[in-house]
Write a protein that binds this ligand. Sequence first.
Ligand SMILES: [Zn+2]
Length: 171
Amino acid sequence: MAGRSGSVSAYNVTMATGTLDDRGIIVPCAHCGRQNRFAYEHLDHAVRCAACKTPLAAPADPIEVDSSAHFDALVAHSSLPVVVDYWAPWCGPCRMVAPEIQKLAARQAGRWLVVKVNTEALSDLGERFGIRSIPTLAVFGEGRELARTSGARPASEIEKFVESATQALHR
Ligand SMILES: [Zn+2]
């Protein structure tokens, strides 16, 4: 792995390819545009578009969490480990870690789900989980938080952190 990169272009990407609801991740079919749902319980299964039957790719970009209710549904039911990036728009180190989070989501698509929580927009979540500094990265699996760490770091180190956090899971 090339390791850290200062790529500026990679960093504009905050456009989410999926959105969350109570039951799963809604993603548009790349072929026909139909919105499909990946159910949280079956995120580790291949899914085909309900309309055109094209296989849907697992989310390869971080998904921005839009409500604490959706966050709770996701971490309670996700069949994949969930990597959470707690960030805020005013936080410089968060901007540094954003492209690394993006790389993580792309490399580990279908294996881990990577989401972002804007602690300014969802301050109730930040408070409930006691997020004192950002960026904070947390890993959830089997309905509970497994580990967390704070500070910016390259994708390769984040991968090591998540690998070790998920080792104890029963799958
Ligand atoms: Zn389709």
